[in-house]
Write a protein that binds this ligand. Sequence first.
Ligand code: SF4
Length: 179
Amino acid sequence: MTAKISIATTSLAGCFGCHMSLLDIDERITDLAEVAVFDRSPLTDIKNCHHSDIGLIEGGVCNAENVHVLREFRKNCKTLIAVGACAINGGLPALRNKISLKECLEESYIDGLGVVNPQIPNDPELPLLLDKVYPIHEIVKVDYSLPGCPPSADGIWTFITDLLAGREPTLPDELMHYD
Ligand code: SF4
């Protein structure tokens, strides 16, 4: 019996919309399960990435934990894919890049509308925030990028099945979008 392909997925500074789009492949997930197993992923709740053939990254990099997880994926995944606008260019979370981190925290936790107990969270357990939100390719080498916010289920399916078949992934124009 041929060994199954292993796939790991994670969400860094993302909204899980790209993972929802992956789940939107619907019943095709049973076809995927015939040939692949999921390693670390919100789908399995496995907490560490082991050696995997494909790593799918949703979200950009906004804190020290994101950096750690992303490096763990790069170290363990043969092929690493930036899935969605946030992973590719920072996406919506990167809107904060236009203002300083200090100003951002003050607006969110001190001066903003509706703040009732003004205090910037400083628990040492919280991951250290970075000065801005980075696209993942600025932290590690990325093999492929799959655009969209989120990419469509059909786009993700086409991309993954190309990879599983050992083909260079190509998306037809109708599945390629950037919104
Ligand atoms: Fe969410 Fe869009 Fe970012 Fe995907 S690209 S994590 S759908 S905001």
